[in-house]
Design a protein around this ligand. Structure first.
Ligand SMILES: [Zn+2]
Length: 532
């Protein structure tokens, strides 16, 4: 039985498949499925065109798709369906090859402009949470990579163990000899990429003879014209052969590296190897135990290879569920316990023929991938918030506990921290002398100005101020009203003398010196106090 859970609760129950189970508590069951997905640790996602429609990438089978446009633009061509342009037979005639190239060029434009959808971003979120084992995509738009997933087909183990021909030496090899080392698309990282393109990508083109790969973007114009470009590698090789007098071998044409119906995937072994490891588990790393939940999204499951893969994963995650349960010591047999949700199908329509899928999916979430992505994101955000609150609570509790411990210890340590009474007395000595200027605050910083040598001969006083003396003659605040500068005998004499003998010494300077005469003794005392 497959639980029927439309994302839109009011959706009518479809007539087929017959094995659908309609729950009375729709919301509760839907919530359970979402929780199961959030709880899973090694999710395998198999996705198709349905996740990219929102990004503006057309579904080729849909009547509104790109195929209809091409058919309208090329009325002479006998094209029954979009599938015809994705069949290996497109290369049988120049016309269909040209149409195929045009279609790919337009598609690559759309792909390059496309932004990841909510579902693509969800995949990335699951990956950063460490819950995503693998995404197998049937899409050729490579938007998964844009969302932040590592992407590509890893080299096949057996090939990798063979000594690889270094790239520069490739020119010496016979065409077709060097397939393994040149046919990767794109260059995969050392670790198995998170997303495996099942049907190639629009990012590259490769030579039909020597298998060399090139960036599609570099040949876009030629493809848009409907002309498959010549292979540079073959061209170089041909030139060399001509030079040494060897017979011509021909120059290959570059074709888009997307896998067509009725042709083998050129990286099929590499893909198969990853599938095998994700099914069975491997010796180390994240996929050690193999997938524990299967999510099939936005695909009508019509490609035989994908169908087989989905079935195998469904079997694997279910058997793992049983094994995993036996690991935990549970004395009571879980007879009444509901079967945990392990296989989820998410699409607007159920795959046909429906009987092929009986017993494969635990739940069918009927609806759009983007609506689902938003729903799950809400759950993820809720979970994240709950975790944050919990950790904040824990932190506060720890702080409180630490505070409690500190309080208990405080009485013993208190006298030590404040120091001896004697020291405290010294520290509390008033810094401000009793005879400070009435209007100004106590000086915090003192500057000492020693007159120049010539000036000192005449005026031996030292000038101390709470403000930094400027380079130019200092402009002091006007002398307080109540204590106007008293023309003492000495200052009167000095003034007259300086005016006569030292014209460089400004009047203001002299006034400042006089003004500070009264303050000087108290400041000196203050300096002593502060220094103790
Ligand atoms: Zn070539």
């Amino acid at each position: 039985m497959t639980l029927f859970l439309p994302l839109e609760p009011s959706s009518p129950v479809p007539a087929s498949p017959s094995f659908l189970q309609v729950p009375s508590d729709h919301t509760v069951q839907l919530d359970k499925v979402l929780k199961a997905i959030l709880k899973a640790k090694r999710i395998v996602v198999v996705c198709g065109a349905g996740i990219s429609v929102k990004a503006g990438i057309p579904d080729f089978r849909s009547p509104e798709g790109l195929f209809q446009t091409l058919k309208r633009d090329n009325p002479k061509e006998v094209l029954a369906s979009g599938k015809d342009l994705f069949d290996a037979s497109v290369f049988h005639s120049e016309n269909t090859t040209s149409l195929f190239c045009q279609m790919i060029a337009r598609l690559s434009e759309l792909s390059m402009a496309a932004e990841p959808t909510a579902f693509h971003n969800l995949l990335h979120t699951l990956d950063t949470r460490g819950r995503l084992l693998r995404v197998y995509t049937q899409n050729i738009d490579a938007i998964e990579q844009k969302s932040g997933l590592s992407f590509g087909v890893p080299p096949f183990e057996e090939r990798r163990s063979k000594p690889r021909t270094p790239k520069p030496a490739g020119t010496d090899a016979e065409p077709g000899e060097n397939i393994a080392s040149t046919s990767r698309l794109p260059t995969p990282p050392a670790e198995t990429p998170r997303c495996i393109p099942l049907h190639g990508t629009l990012q590259t083109v490769h030579c039909q003879i020597c298998n060399h790969s090139y960036a599609l973007a570099d040949y876009h114009t030629s493809l848009l014209d409907g002309t498959p470009p010549e292979c540079p590698e073959c061209s170089a090789m041909e030139a060399t052969r001509q030079l040494v007098g060897k017979r011509a071998r021909g120059i290959g044409r570059l074709r888009p590296s997307v896998v067509l119906y009725n042709e083998a995937h050129k990286d099929g072994e590499g893909v198969g190897d990853v599938v095998r490891r994700d099914l069975m588990g491997q010796s180390k790393g994240k996929g050690r135990s193999g997938a524990d939940l299967l999510l099939v999204v936005g695909t009508s499951l019509r490609v035989p290879g994908t169908k087989r893969m989905v079935r195998e994963f469904a079997k694997a995650v279910r058997s793992r569920g049983k094994d995993g349960g036996s690991n935990r010591a549970s004395p009571m047999p879980a007879v009444e316990e509901e079967q945990p949700v392990k296989t989820v199908y998410l699409n607007l329509d159920f795959p046909v023929p429906t009987r092929e899928w009986e017993g494969v999916f635990d739940a069918w979430l009927q609806g759009d991938a983007q609506v689902f992505a938003d729903m799950l994101q809400v759950e993820i955000d809720r979970e994240t918030r709950a975790k944050e609150i919990a950790s904040e609570k824990k932190r506060r509790k720890e702080e409180e506990d630490a505070g409690e411990r500190g309080k208990k210890r405080k009485p013993a340590s208190a006298p030590q921290s404040t120091g001896s009474p004697k020291r405290r007395k010294i520290a509390n000595l008033p810094l401000t002398p009793p005879r400070s200027k009435p209007s100004s605050a106590p000086p915090t910083k003192l500057f000492l100005t020693i007159p120049s040598l010539r000036a000192r001969k005449l005026i031996p006083e030292v000038y101390i101020s709470s403000t930094r003396p400027p380079r130019s003659p200092p402009k002091l605040p006007p002398t307080p009203e109540k204590s106007p500068p008293r023309p003492t005998r000495r200052s009167a004499r000095t003034k007259s003398k300086s005016e006569r003998l030292l014209p460089a010494l400004h009047d203001d300077n002299l006034r400042a010196l006089r003004a500070d005469e009264d303050l000087l003794p108290s400041l000196v005392r203050e300096l002593h106090c502060g220094g103790s």
